[in-house]
Design a protein around this ligand. Structure first.
Ligand SMILES: [Zn+2]
Length: 923
C-alpha cells in the first residue's frame, strides 16, 4: 500500500541498488550495523486508521514525500534525541504543530501560531525551515528532509509554571532556542501506524556553551497529521500546586487576554493505557517490571494501566508504544523517563522509561561488585555545563553527565548521580554488613527494588512529578526501618511493621531499605501509598483529597527552598535524619574498608586485580560525608533554613507572619533535639575529643552514635576480619575467596593508619561546620537572646570544644631547640594546626547568636595559650624576646602558636597551605 502513491508519482524507479550504495558509503555504517532491524509490524500494533494515500510517506534515498492535498493542513512533529555513546537512551523534545507550504524553490515548514499569538486578526508566519525540493508532480512533492533539518529545536518536552532555574518558565517567548547540526544524514524513513518515523544521524553543536564540542546523536522524528481529539487536559491552579504537580506542556497564549496557560500531561484514560516492557527484560525481572507498571491501577482504583511485553526488536523511543526499556548497563546508576505530549491539548501520546540493570543485582557478589563501582565514582558532582576554560574532569565525561550537556534537565528523572551513588552505596554497604544478607535475600531485595523504581518511572510517564517531601510523612523511625530490613532479609513473610510506611509516594527518591519495603508492599499486598493515590486521583479523576488532606508535597525546584525536601533523605524529622545518617556511615566504616580490599583481591574481571598493597585508602571521603550530614544537622539552628513540614501549617509565609513561622521552626528544632536526648547528645557526643557532657538519655527511634574513636574502629575491623563473613567470602567474580595471613596483616596495618587519619580528618571537618553554623533562629523568633535555650547550650559546648582543641597537648611529641643559647624542649599540641585554627575561629564575633557571645571565653583562651607558650619557652626570663632568638624547630612551633593566637584575636592568619596530598590515579 505504501508504494502505491510513489508509483503514481513516477519516481519509484530509482533502483534499490543505489539506496544500498548510499548505505554502504555511509560514514554511519557502524551505527547502522548496530541498529536493530526495523520491527516488523507486531500483532498488537494499533492499525493505521485510514486507507487514504498517506500525507507523509517515505521516498527513495531516504527522502520524504508530502501529499500536495495535505499542504496547509496541520501536522504534529515530535522528536527524541538519542546520544550515540555509552547508552543510546532517548530524551524527548517539545512537540510542534506545523504546516507545509510549497514555493518555487522549496517547501517551507511553519509552526502553527495558535497559542503563540493573542489574536488571529493579525497574520503571522513562523518559519521553522525550508526543505529543498527533490522532485514533484501534481500529487506529491518529495523533499530533502535532511537538508532542511540542520538544526534541532532544543526545547525539552515539558515546562513548568513555577520559577526555577532549570526548566523553562511559563514564557512562550523563551521557546526559540536551537542547536546547530553541521553534519547530518537521514538513514531511515519508515511509516509506522499513522506516523512517519525519520531517523537522522547528527552531529550537534552548541554555539553558546562549548562551540568546539560536537556531540553525536540520533534524532528520531515522529510526524503525523495533527488530529485534535476531544480530550483536553487541565491546568494547575495556584490553590492546588502546593499539593500536587504534573508535568506541563509548553505554555500557550490565550486569545485576546494574552494570559498564558500550560496544560498538564495526562493520558486519555477512556481507553486503557498500555505500557509495554522491552523484550530484552531478563525473565527473572519481568514479574517485577509488570508489578511496577500495574501498581498504578491501585491509585486509579480500577484497571486503567495494562502491562504487555513488547515485540522483539522494538526499542524505545517507539512511535507506537509506551515502553519501559530495559538497558543492560550495570553501573549506570539511574533510570529515567520522558513523555511525548500534544503541545496543544496536553494529551500524553506515549512515554518511555529507561530502566538500567544497575538495580538488578542477582546475588551477594553482584551487590558487592556494584558497591565497588559505585564507590569508584568521583565524589565531585558533575557540573551542569562545560567547565570554563579547560578540559573536563573525569567525572564530567562519564555516564549521564556526558550525554546531558546539550539537553540538560530534559529528563523527568535525572537523578543527581552523586547523591544517588552515595545513597545506594550506603544501602548496599549496610546490606552487605548484615549477616542475614544471603544470596536469596539479595535477589529478593533486587526484585523489590526494581518494582519500586519501575513504579516511580511509570509514575512520571503518567505525568507525576517528584515528591521529595513524601518521606516527611513516614511512619517508621530510622531504627524501625533498619529492624524491618533485617527481619525481611531473614524472612520474606515477616509481619513486622506491616502497617507502616517509609514515605507516602513512590515519586520520592528512596534509600535502599525504603525501596525494598515499598517494592515488597507492591509484590505482596494490594496497598497503594496514600500520596500516589491522591495525586493520580486529582489529575485523572477530579478528586481533591490531596489538597483537603493537605498532603506534603515538594518537587525538584522545592529542594532549593526547603531543607527538608531532599532526595534520598529519610524520616519525618530532618535533624533526626541527619543524626541517623552520621551513625549509619560510621557503623559501616570498617566493613566498607574490607570491601575495598575484596574488590582489589577478587574483582569481577581478573584483569582488574590489583596487589592489595597498591590500594590507596582515602579517609577524607568518609569524613566529608559525615561532615555534610553534620552541616545539615546544624543548619536547623539557622533562621534562613526552611522546613516544608513546618511551613505547610501556614496558609502563607511572608513578612506579616515571619516571626510566628520562626517560632514554629524553633519549636520543631526543640522537639527534635529532645527526641535525640539533648544538644550534647545530638551534636557533640560523637566528636573525637574529651568533653564533659550531660547526656539526658537515649535518643528515640534512632541508634546512638558512639564517640568516634580510631581504637574502637580498629577493634571492630580486627573482629570483622575474623568473622565468618570475611574469612571465607564470595568475590565479585562469584568465586570463593579468602584473605591470606599476609593479606590480613596488611589490611590491619593499613586499617590502623586509615582510622587514625580518619579521626583527625573528621574532627577537622566537623569543626569547620561548627565554625560556619549560624544560629540566629531563636533571636529572630523571639527578638531577644535567651539565658538558657538550645542555642545557649550549643554555644556553651562550642566554647568547650574550642578550648579543648586549642589547648590540648601531646606530651609524647616534643620539639627540641634553642632559645638564644639555652636548650629547650616543648611538647606539641595534640590537634593539627588547621583544626586548631578552625577551633579558634569558631569563637569569632560574627559566628554566634549575638555579637559578644564568646568575647570573654575567647580572650581567656588567648591568655591561657599565650601563657602556655611563654612558659614552654621560658620566655618570662627574657627582658626583650625576639622571634629570631629561636632555633628553626622552635621558631616554626612558635609561629604556629602566634597564628592560633592571631585567629583568637580575629586577626588574619598566615599559614603555608599544607602540601596537597598526591592524588592517586582514578581507577
Ligand atoms: Zn524520577
Amino acid at each position: 500500500m505504501l508504494g502505491t502513491p510513489l508509483k503514481k508519482a513516477g519516481i519509484v524507479k530509482i533502483p534499490l541498488l543505489s539506496l544500498a550504495a548510499v548505505f554502504c558509503a555511509s560514514p554511519y555504517q557502524g551505527v547502522l550495523a548496530q541498529d536493530p532491524p526495523p520491527a516488523s509490524a507486531p500483532a498488537s500494533t494499533p492499525a493505521p486508521a485510514s486507507s487514504k494515500p498517506l500525507a507523509l510517506a517515505p521516498a527513495p534515498n531516504n527522502h520524504v514525500s508530502l501529499q500536495r492535498a495535505a499542504m496547509g493542513g496541520e501536522f504534529l512533529i515530535s522528536a527524541s534525541v538519542i546520544p550515540q555513546m555509552v547508552a543510546a537512551t532517548s530524551t524527548a523534545l517539545a512537540g510542534k504543530i506545523v504546516r507545509f507550504e510549497v514555493f518555487h524553490d522549496g517547501v517551507d515548514m511553519y509552526e502553527s501560531s495558535e497559542g503563540l499569538v493573542v489574536t488571529k486578526d493579525l497574520p503571522t508566519r513562523r518559519l521553522l525551515t525550508t526543505f529543498p525540493i527533490v522532485s514533484q508532480d501534481e500529487a506529491r512533492v518529495v523533499i530533502d528532509f535532511n537538508a532542511g533539518m540542520r538544526r534541532v529545536f532544543n526545547d525539552i518536552w515539558y515546562a513548568t509554571s513555577e520559577t526555577t532555574g532549570s526548566v523553562p518558565l511559563r514564557n512562550p517567548v523563551a521557546q526559540a532556542r536551537s542547536l546547530e547540526i553541521p553534519q547530518g544524514r537521514i538513514f531511515e524513513v519508515r511509516p509506522e501506524g499513522n506516523q512517519l518515523v525519520v531517523r537522522q544521524s547528527a552531529q550537534v553543536r552548541d554555539r553558546q556553551n562549548d562551540p568546539n564540542k560536537e556531540e553525536r546523536f540520533e534524532i528520531r522524528y515522529f510526524m503525523s497529521v495533527y488530529e485534535p481529539g476531544d480530550f483536553q487536559t487541565k491546568e494547575h491552579t495556584p490553590a492546588i500546586s502546593r499539593y500536587v504537580r504534573f508535568f506541563e506542556s509548553h505554555p500557550q497564549i490565550e486569545n485576546n487576554t494574552g494570559r498564558t496557560a500550560s496544560r498538564i500531561a495526562l493520558f486519555d484514560i477512556r481507553k486503557p493505557v498500555v505500557i509495554h516492557y522491552s523484550a530484552n527484560t531478563p525473565a527473572e525481572y519481568e514479574g517485577a517490571v509488570r508489578d511496577g507498571i500495574l501498581y498504578w491501577n491501585r491509585a486509579f482504583g480500577r484497571e486503567v494501566v495494562q502491562a504487555a511485553k513488547a515485540p522483539e526488536g522494538v526499542t524505545a523511543p517507539d512511535s507506537r508504544f509506551s515502553l519501559v526499556q530495559w538497558v543492560p548497563w550495570d553501573n549506570a546508576g539511574f533510570a529515567y523517563a520522558d513523555v511525548i505530549v500534544d503541545p496543544r491539548s496536553g494529551a500524553s501520546q506515549r512515554g518511555q522509561a529507561f530502566m538500567t540493570s544497575t538495580f538488578s543485582f542477582t546475588g551477594k557478589s553482584r551487590a558487592r561488585a556494584l558497591l565497588r563501582t559505585m564507590r569508584s565514582v568521583p565524589p565531585v558532582a558533575p557540573s551542569p555545563g562545560p567547565a570554563p576554560g579547560g578540559p573536563k574532569k573525569f567525572g564530567e565525561e562519564t555516564g549521564a553527565a556526558a550525554q546531558s550537556v546539550l539537553f540538560a534537565n530534559a529528563r523527568a528523572c535525572e537523578v543527581d548521580a552523586v547523591a544517588f551513588v552515595e545513597s545506594f552505596a550506603t544501602g548496599l554497604e549496610g546490606a552487605l554488613a548484615d549477616p542475614a544478607f544471603s544470596d536469596a535475600a539479595a535477589k529478593r531485595v533486587a526484585g523489590d527494588y526494581v518494582r519500586e523504581v519501575v513504579a516511580h518511572e511509570v509514575g512520571h510517564v503518567l505525568g507525576l512529578r517528584h515528591n521529595f517531601a513524601a518521606s516527611l510523612s513516614s511512619t517508621l523511625s530510622q531504627k524501625e526501618l533498619s529492624d524491618w530490613f533485617t527481619a525481611y532479609l531473614k524472612d520474606d513473610d515477616t509481619a513486622l511493621y506491616a502497617d507502616r510506611v517509609p514515605c507516602t509516594s513512590v515519586m520520592d527518591y528512596m534509600d535502599l531499605k525504603s525501596s525494598a519495603l515499598v517494592g515488597r508492599k507492591i509484590r505482596k499486598t494490594a496497598e497503594v501509598l496514600a500520596y500516589d493515590s491522591a495525586a493520580i486521583r486529582w489529575g485523572y479523576l477530579a478528586s481533591n483529597d490531596v489538597a483537603e488532606k493537605r498532603m506534603l508535597f515538594g518537587t525538584d525546584q522545592d529542594t532549593r527552598t526547603y531543607g527538608d525536601v531532599v532526595p534520598f533523605d529519610y524520616g519525618s524529622e530532618p535533624l533526626v535524619g541527619a543524626y541517623a545518617s552520621i551513625g549509619e556511615d560510621l557503623k559501616n566504616l570498617p566493613n566498607s574498608l574490607i570491601e575495598q580490599f575484596i574488590a582489589a583481591k577478587a574483582p569481577r574481571d581478573p584483569k582488574d586485580k590489583r596487589p592489595l598493597d597498591q590500594l590507596s585508602l582515602e579517609p577524607e571521603r568518609a569524613a566529608t560525608r559525615i561532615a555534610e550530614a553534620y552541616g545539615r544537622l546544624l543548619s536547623w539552628f539557622k533562621a534562613g533554613q526552611r522546613s516544608l513540614r513546618v511551613e505547610r501549617n501556614f496558609p502563607f509565609v511572608g513578612p506579616l507572619n515571619q516571626r510566628e513561622v520562626y517560632q514554629a521552626h524553633f519549636k520543631a528544632l526543640n522537639e527534635q533535639i529532645d527526641k535525640l536526648g539533648g544538644v550534647d547528645r545530638a551534636a557533640f557526643s560523637f566528636l573525637p575529643i574529651d568533653l564533659k557532657l550531660e547526656m539526658k538519655g537515649e535518643p528515640a527511634g534512632v541508634e546512638v552514635i558512639p564517640k568516634i574513636d580510631a581504637k574502637q574502629l580498629i577493634g571492630r575491623l580486627e573482629k570483622l576480619l575474623e568473622s565468618p563473613d570475611y574469612t571465607q567470602f564470595t568475590g565479585l567474580d562469584e568465586q570463593p575467596a579468602s584473605f591470606s595471613k599476609e593479606d590480613k596483616d596488611l589490611i590491619l596495618r593499613r586499617g590502623r593508619m586509615y582510622f587514625v587519619e580518619f579521626e583527625k580528618e573528621v574532627l577537622k571537618r566537623l569543626c569547620q561546620k561548627l565554625e560556619k553554623a549560624p544560629r540566629d533562629l531563636a533571636v529572630q523568633a523571639f527578638e531577644e537572646v535567651a539565658e538558657d535555650d538550645v542555642v545557649a547550650r550549643l554555644e556553651k559546648r562550642i566554647i568547650d570544644v574550642a578550648r579543648e582543641i586549642v589547648l590540648a597537648r601531646n606530651e609524647d611529641r616534643r620539639h627540641k631547640g634553642k632559645v638564644d643559647k639555652s636548650f629547650v624542649e616543648v611538647a606539641e599540641f595534640r590537634y593539627e594546626l588547621e583544626t586548631r585554627l578552625t577551633a579558634a575561629r569558631m569563637l569569632a564575633d560574627g559566628a554566634g547568636s549575638f555579637r559578644s557571645w564568646a568575647t570573654e571565653p575567647r580572650a581567656d583562651l588567648g591568655k591561657q595559650l599565650k601563657e602556655t607558650v611563654d612558659a614552654s619557652l621560658n620566655l618570662q626570663n627574657f627582658r626583650e624576646f625576639k622571634e629570631s632568638q629561636l632555633s628553626r624547630p622552635l621558631r616554626d612551633w612558635y609561629l604556629n602558636q602566634q597564628n592560633v593566637l592571631g585567629a583568637l584575636g580575629g586577626k588574619p592568619v598566615f599559614v603555608l597551605p599544607p602540601p596537597a596530598p598526591a592524588k592517586p590515579p582514578v581507577h
